[in-house]
Design a protein around this ligand. Structure first.
Ligand SMILES: NC(=O)c1ccc[n+]([C@@H]2O[C@H](COP(=O)([O-])OP(=O)(O)OC[C@H]3O[C@@H](n4cnc5c(N)ncnc54)[C@H](OP(=O)(O)O)[C@@H]3O)[C@@H](O)[C@H]2O)c1
Length: 256
């Protein structure tokens, strides 16, 4: 907690600088919150093309209009594409379209995420686990060939970046003792629903660590990483922070 408060109160991230001229960028969950602000920065820094990947096209077009108004960019730069991370079919058809229609992908910001307090399922797993973890890695696997192709063809190093969360520390990962091959099944149990958002973000980290073991950065043409934004004002943050507060109280009590 001291580190959290220190970084929230006293550390200001550097203002993004640099040129994205000629680059094609995809940002998921970019109709609002962090994704939308990231798009604004990419446009400001000269990106050639930015795909706003959203589950509601209507919200996506509203975000495009807002970003165009504030950045005065040409309407041809931003495209709005449909993507619902709660559906594997939607993830697959989005990736297929990206691989077919985009000449290159320089940055893929897999930012879409969900924090909810009630239990629901999507694609046979708890929804946050599906959206924040499984679909994010499915997307990574499906678009990676395009990022590798971009690296080879344009002599560049693309990035696949997921939005993680320090909330991953706010769980003891009670399902870690799940029998071999039964991890998701165990996680789907509603008993630990209050830790599901942190668990979904922890799974991202564990899977990325394994990926890094298999594909060390110096032997792989694409940077694959997770960025933790800290606590930023958004709908999701309101949900997640009230949870984290609850979990913090719980862990303080159990430490006592
Ligand atoms: N804000 C923070 O303090 C904070 C801290 C740590 C990590 N994060 C992470 O940052 C990312 C962005 O969150 P945010 O704070 O900007 O929250 P937000 O404003 O609620 O944005 C979340 C975005 O994800 C989209 N999304 C949710 N479910 C989706 C689905 N099934 N398919 C496609 N898109 C979906 C949302 O679309 P709709 O508008 O249609 O719902 C929205 O565009 C998340 O991964 C979150 O876990 C945020």
């Amino acid at each position: 907690m001291p580190n959290f408060f220190w970084s929230q109160l006293f550390i200001t991230p550097p203002y993004p600088k640099g040129s994205y001229e000629g680059k094609t960028i995809v940002v998921t969950g970019s109709n609002t919150g962090l994704g939308k602000e990231a798009v604004r920065h990419y446009i400001r820094m000269g990106a050639d093309r930015v795909i706003i990947a959203v589950r509601s096209l209507e919200k996506g077009y509203a975000a495009k209009a807002d970003i165009e108004e504030t950045t005065h960019c040409s309407p041809s730069i931003i495209q709005v594409w449909q993507l619902d991370m709660a559906s594997y079919a939607s993830v697959q058809s989005f990736a297929e379209r990206a691989n077919k229609e985009l000449k290159r992908i320089d940055v893929f910001n897999a930012n879409a995420g969900l924090a909810r307090r009630y239990y629901s399922t999507a694609e046979d797993n708890e929804t946050m686990v599906t959206v924040n973890f499984i679909s994010t890695f499915l997307l990574a696997a499906l678009v990676m060939p395009k990022l590798k192709e971009t690296a080879a063809r344009y002599n560049t190093r693309p990035t696949f970046c997921m939005t993680g969360s320090s909330a991953h520390r706010h769980t003891s990962f009670p399902q870690k003792t799940a029998p071999e091959g039964k991890l998701l099944e165990t996680i789907n149990d509603q008993t630990h629903m209050n830790e599901q958002y942190p668990v979904s973000k922890l799974l991202e980290i564990l899977a990325l660590r394994r990926f890094a073991e298999l594909h060390p950065g110096n032997q792989y043409p694409v940077t694959v990483n997770i960025a933790d934004p800290g606590l930023c004002h958004s709908e999701l943050a309101r949900e997640a922070s009230s949870w984290s507060f609850w979990l913090f109280q719980k862990s303080s009590r159990s430490n006592d």
